[in-house]
Design a protein. Sequence first.
Length: 79
Amino acid sequence: MIEAYRKLWPQRVAAEKIATQQELEKYILIELDDELTHPRVRKSRQQKLELALARIEQSDLSQTEKDGLAALYQKLAVE
C-alpha cells in the first residue's frame, strides 16, 4: 500500500519518506484529521475521507490498489 500511496500523492515529500505500514497509517490519520491545516479551516474527518476516496477512485491506480487504499482509509477513519 505504501507504493500505491506514493503514486496517489507524487508531489508530497513526506510520502517518499514512508517506510513502514505503521508510518503510512500515521500519515493517513494526520491527513484525515486535517492536522496540517489551520484549525479554523479544518474539515471534518468524514469530509476528508470523502475527498480521499474520490481522489483514489479518480486516480490511475490499479483497481486492486484503489480497493486496498480505500479500505485502509475507511478502516482508519472509524478508529
